[in-house]
Design a binder for this molecule. Sequence first.
Ligand code: CP
Ligand code: NVA
Length: 276
Amino acid sequence: MQHAGEIYEPLKNRVLGMIFEKSSTRTRVSFEAGMAQLGGSAIFLSPRDTQLGRGEPVEDSARVLSRMLDVIMVRTFDHAMLERFAEYSAVPVINALTDDYHPCQLLADVQTYVEHRGSIQGKTVAWIGDGNNMCHSYIKAAIQFDFKLRIATPKGFEPNPNIVAEAGERIRLFETPAEAVQGANLVATDVWASMGQEDEQEERIKQFSAFQVSSALLDQAADDVVFMHCLPAHRGEEVSHDVMDDPRSVVWDEAENRLHAQKALLEFLLCQEEED
Ligand code: CP
Ligand code: NVA
């Protein structure tokens, strides 16, 4: 619609606050461009420049910012900080990634699956690699969208057992990628060391070496398999050099869909009251 030159501005004069305590390319640009395209604007707030970064309490920051802004997104380390911020905010707060979850990425991933293959309900998804924030959000998505999830991680890097338990029978844990991709319609992976785990990078490369997703691994999945990665990708580590450009890879559509999915989320959060 945007590229066809159509103007659609349901968020005219609305302002999104964007708190980033970790780096970002896709999340920042998709939220900022999305707000501009919908007629609103966005303010990038780095802890280097705000009083939040100098120790102003989260509760006070949330109360003040939400008196000025219409919606706020937060990318931070501790998930409890995000929850505290949301508790004290008078406007909607969006999780733009914590150590525990990355739900905006799952909106884009599910949209991408549906665009390429139709409904994801009842399908089989394989998660290969770290039992990290993305893995946890895949577990939540398996419950929400009703798909089966087969997870392969090295020993000691399994997802949080409490989150796994929430999904019940839908989840199965495996010790090898080859087992996990059996029958998979979607294979997804992520970096071996997430933001905040830079010190563990070298050790993790050793522990995860058998967990690389390659075109040969995709050959063992279902015939209609698609491959996703939230990006940024480390070629030669969690992905082989060939798999990103494999015909079964949909990673560039997946990245673009961050923009479309989040525009829909912003419109949903900000325009619903008007419709009610
Ligand atoms: N996938 C993702 O969230 O990317 P960024 O860290 O670049 O925002
Ligand atoms: N698991 C990664 C996702 C980056 C989008 C991280 O938290 O760094």
